[in-house]
Design a protein around this ligand. Structure first.
Ligand SMILES: [Fe+2]
Length: 343
């Protein structure tokens, strides 16, 4: 088996491939690592054939939909998943063929109702059902301590104890474990009675994961995160550095229209000398009257250098083919002590 474990902070994803037939599956891809997965697969001579999420993630951004679309391959999840864009839904016991390898889905609800573990040769990809020294929590949407108890103490307990455990999260850089080690040492698995285990899970009192609202929204709908929106916009436009703009302003360059897209009060408190004001929220409404020349070179400016990228991408889409965004925003401009004009 060709095997790569890719860590993104505490989140783990996996690229597994069959060396003989050069086909691969991607397990629990993270949205920010899409280029890395494709690079790794290319380096190994693998073609990714399936993108599999072990469950609906609430704490990080799944890259499943976007990489599935980019590669034209199915996104695979358990049948009970409420994620809209899943192409192939698996039942307990279903097998995916990966060249000479077999990927078997084992339904292990509890952390979420759609959680599954994936058994591939001597490895068990446990998602958030079983972590190294822990388990997934059961207090997020569709979590159920009783179901997790059954998944751990019946389903996983009946598998070969020598199976290597590869979870979706590992905050201590341990990488892997075995079922035997986990049943012997994992503190949560020492609570062997149902009542004891479920009481422990109910009493964990964990804080909500960061970005949970955005993660559930995007992971369930396939919509974009704000970071993805900005990244996509940034890929469509060129930028100008703060220093370059300062020099051009000092030279009094007339060819360049600096367009400040912040709200009026921010603009009035201080803007790049000579900048024209057109808030991002009114760009499409006023573009025809305010920006009559599509051949004009327009530089968009905002507070932090993010919304200006969206504005420049919109202008390019509208036909302003020389629109660029400032690489940085007014905050960085002020921090650099570059000249300010007040209205
Ligand atoms: Fe999870």
């Amino acid at each position: 088996m060709i095997f790569h474990q890719i860590a993104t902070g505490g989140c783990l994803s996996y690229l597994i491939g069959c060396a003989e037939s050069c086909v691969a599956a991607l397990i629990d891809p993270e949205a920010r690592q899409i280029d890395r997965y494709q690079g790794l697969a290319g380096r190994e001579g693998l073609r990714i054939r399936y993108v599999i999420d072990t469950h609906t993630h609430a704490d990080h951004f799944s890259g499943a939909r976007h990489i599935g679309q980019a590669l034209g391959v199915p996104v695979v999840m358990h049948r009970r998943s409420s994620v809209r864009f899943v192409d192939m839904r698996l039942d307990d016991g279903d097998i995916l063929l990966l060249g000479t390898m077999r990927v078997r889905a084992i339904h292990t609800p509890g952390h979420t109702q759609d959680s599954m573990c994936l058994l591939v040769e001597d490895r068990l990809f446990t998602g958030d059902t079983l972590l190294i020294g822990g388990t997934g929590r059961t207090d997020l949407p569709t979590g159920d301590p009783d179901a997790l108890y059954d998944s751990l103490f019946t389903t996983l307990r009946n598998l070969d104890p020598s199976l290597k455990v590869f979870p979706s999260h590992d905050y201590k850089g341990q990488g892997s474990s075995t079922l035997e080690q986990e049943f012997a040492l994992n503190p949560r698995l020492q609570k062997r009675g149902r009542a004891e285990f479920t009481a422990m899970m109910r009493e964990l009192d964990l804080s909500a994961p960061m970005h949970m609202t955005e993660a559930l929204r995007t992971n369930m709908s396939g919509g974009k995160t704000v970071a993805q929106m900005l990244s996509d916009a940034s890929a469509k436009i060129p930028f100008m550095s703060l220093a370059e703009l300062k020099d051009r302003v000092a030279r009094g360059e007339s060819d360049l229209l600096v367009l400040d897209v912040r709200e009026r009060d921010a603009y009035e408190q201080g803007h790049v000398p000579g900048a024209k004001h057109l808030p991002r929220g009114q760009l499409e409404l006023r573009v025809n009257s305010e920006l009559p020349d599509p051949t004009q070179r327009i530089l968009t400016v905002c507070e932090f250098g993010k919304i200006s990228a969206l504005a420049a991408a919109t202008l390019r889409e509208l036909g302003f083919m020389r629109a660029v965004a400032l690489d940085g925003g007014m905050q960085a401009w002020r921090d650099s002590n570059f000249p300010i004009e007040r209205s």
